[in-house]
Design a protein around this ligand. Sequence first.
Ligand code: NAP
Length: 225
Amino acid sequence: MTICLVTGGNRGIGREVCRQLAALGHTVVLTARDAGGARAAAVELGVEPLALDVTDPASVTAAVDAVSRRHGRLDVLVNNAAILYDTWQRGVSADLGVVRDAMETNVYGPWRMVREFLPLLRSGGSARVVNVSSEGGSLASMGGGTPAYSVSKAALNALTRILADELRGDAILVNAVCPGWVATDMGGAGGRPVADGAVGIVWAATLPGDGPTGGFFRDGEPVAW
Ligand code: NAP
């Protein structure tokens, strides 16, 4: 039985990732910063709810305790939660408070999650970490606009490289995945369905032991850093 935890699982791509992982027969802990939101989505999908705000150290510690008590290990961590696709901002005039907020959730959140869940990730013997990123964080194609979001996702990609290398010896595969443009509250209308966006994340979450680590992928294919 594979134990999976997804952040921001109450709506959008995270919710769909929970649905697809559960459909594959995995045990899914659907987390959301609002406990009621976690419960409502988890009941609909037939998975386990857990309150978890990735920016709140006490909340993350409580989540580690809960998963430890319930399962004693964690096999898959999907760092999906993110905020602030700041289409209204330009780098030259950006509100640095907004940039800081984006970093808190999109970078320090996943960073804290891996650090705090590491003992449970090590317990399983061969865990997978998926950092849900964006091509907006690709330096290769970086241009102007969405400065808070783009810088936070570029930093998340850098973190992915560092953690992948440091956790190679623990057989923990760490990859960044862009879901593509997906029709969610963040993506807006016109993107592809959440089911299509989630597939590449589930692929990285269920890689075989000899699968890639330290990569950046969309739909299972490499994306330029
Ligand atoms: P979304 O619809 O806006 O959902 C974001 C989720 O993150 C919500 O569940 C939200 O919870 C949660 N969240 C925000 N702050 C949190 C916190 N501090 N702690 C825990 N959860 C928190 O976004 P989405 O489109 O599904 O995006 C999912 C991921 O895909 C993100 O990493 C995003 O950057 C990435 N992505 C999306 C697109 C796209 O086109 N949609 C493209 C590229 C990358 P609340 O309901 O409580 O706010």
